[in-house]
Design a binder for this molecule. Structure first.
Ligand code: B12
Ligand code: SF4
Ligand code: SF4
Length: 373
């Protein structure tokens, strides 16, 4: 049933299988590693214990869908005029793809089990308070690697997860064991040093968090480390040696759109709200909205070392949103000659009424060319 709906792997576990997860989640939250993702803290009790989310649950089926890239997912990192969009966001929103498939499986399962068996079901993908990775490891789909994501011996790192809770008693699968060994490739490649220890992440430093979840200005010290990654990051996933078993996604909706493989930064910087919505209709990128997206593009432009991209920055110096204006000032400070930056500061900084943006002008004036952090 799961294969017919496009899933690559499925396993069953018990709601009591993730005994250490609540304490680990608590340690993660106490360290502040969730940043501004308050929803993780607010739902911690239910998240750590599936029975608190649904009292009647007796078994949990975990589903994995392969979204493997066709070529090297990190190839565009060296292209300074282009943006890198993480593999998962190069086409349709996986939430929609998986949720639809899970609902169809759930209805068929409930119908087959019959009302007498009392097989109630609920399906979850990503956004519900469910710890999908520990549950998937318990169901034998893979193990949580040192980068904290689930790695599969059959498919490597490129696996979306979804869960079906049911009131039916199902035979459980064996959990998968850890196959990281002495490898630490994912820890060493992380551009922002986001792993305080193996198997632990500080989301506040993760480029995926910074570009997707974080709503305000990005910490100045982290901006230069982001390179041209404008939505998500795949570095720690891509270097995993278990990807030698990875296959390209079979699901057409998850295969990269040509225009999102290496979009030009100058083109992206030109997008107004309508253009943004049109380009990213049906894409997970649409969720962050035009202004946060332009913030990310401007940071990538600031990291490009390409003075010819200055033209793509200028119009944003007067953007109504301080988030965009501040990022534009920073990008300009990285690319413009000091005299040219000084002229722009004279034209704009005096009339600036946002303290954060005024601070960006001041920091740009204080730093030498290309030194702005
Ligand atoms: C919040 C979140 C994020 C946050 C935080 C990431 C994280 N590792 O938690 C951010 C925005 C950074 C993020 C990024 C990404 N995400 Co995300 N994310 C989630 C989400 C919604 C919740 C994860 C969660 O519960 N985190 C809380 C921590 C505590 O849980 P944990 O990671 O399982 O932690 C375990 C261990 O690390 C350890 N641990 C953690 N902290 C500590 C502290 C101590 C002291 C100890 C001892 C242990 C310990 O114990 C925990 C339990 O086993 C899930 C969907 C879901 N509902 O599960 C998707 C999910 C994990 N994300 C996913 C993806 C694809 C990504 C990205 C690859 C996207 C991208 N390309 O940019 C990156 C990968 C970054 C990375 N290395 O993790 C997929 C992963 C699929 C897979 N194969 O594992 C998921 C499952 C979504 C899905 N349905 O497919 N994500
Ligand atoms: S996704 Fe990127 S920034 Fe985040 S932990 Fe992995 S390598 Fe580091
Ligand atoms: S890169 Fe190495 S350490 Fe990281 S998850 Fe893969 S096998 Fe484990």
């Amino acid at each position: 049933m799961a294969k017919a709906e496009g899933f690559d792997v499925v396993g069953i576990t018990s709601p009591d299988a993730i005994q250490t997860a609540p304490a680990n989640l608590k340690a993660f939250l106490q360290a502040g590693n969730h940043g501004t993702m308050n929803w993780l803290a607010e739902t911690a009790k239910r998240r750590g214990n599936p029975r608190m989310l649904w009292r009647k649950v007796r078994s949990i089926a975990l589903f994995g869908l392969n979204y493997g890239p066709q070529g090297d997912p990190l190839a565009t990192l060296a292209d300074q005029q282009a943006a890198t969009i993480s593999v998962y966001a190069r086409n349709r929103d996986y939430h929609d793809v998986i949720k639809g498939a899970l609902k169809r499986i759930g209805s068929r399962f409930a119908a087959q089990a019959g009302p007498k068996a009392g097989a109630g079901i609920k399906v979850f993908v990503d956004t519900a308070p469910v710890m999908e990775k520990p549950l998937a490891a318990a169901a034998g789909l893979g193990w949580q690697g040192k980068h904290t994501n689930l790695v599969s011996r059959q498919l490597g790192s490129w696996l979306f997860l979804g869960a079906m809770f049911t009131t039916a008693d199902l035979p459980v699968d064996e959990p998968e064991t850890d196959h990281c060994g002495s490898c630490r490739a994912c820890l060493d490649i992380c551009p922002t040093d986001a792993f305080p220890a193996p198997y632990q992440i500080d989301a506040r430093r993760c480029i995926s968090y910074l570009t997707i979840e974080h709503k305000g200005p990005i910490e100045r010290a982290l901006r230069p480390l982001m390179g041209n990654r404008i939505f998500g990051c795949d570095d720690c996933l891509a270097v995993c040696p278990w990807n030698k078993y990875a296959q390209a996604a079979a699901e057409v909706k998850l295969q990269a759109r040509d225009d999102l493989m290496a979009p030009r930064l100058a083109d992206l910087a030109r997008l107004d709200d309508a253009g943004f919505r049109k380009l990213f209709s049906g894409s997970p990128i649409k969720r962050i909205g035009r202004n946060r997206f332009i913030r990310n593009v401007l940071i990538a432009i600031g990291n490009s070392a390409e003075p010819e991209l200055i033209g793509a920055i200028r119009s944003h110096l007067g953007d109504p949103d301080p988030l965009v204006r501040g990022a534009a000032v920073w990008a300009l400070s990285r690319l413009a000659e000091p005299a040219a930056f000084g002229r722009q500061a004279q034209a704009h900084a005096g009339g600036e009424n946002d303290a954060g943006v005024a601070g960006e002008w001041a920091a740009g004036l204080a730093a030498g060319p290309g030194e702005a952090l």
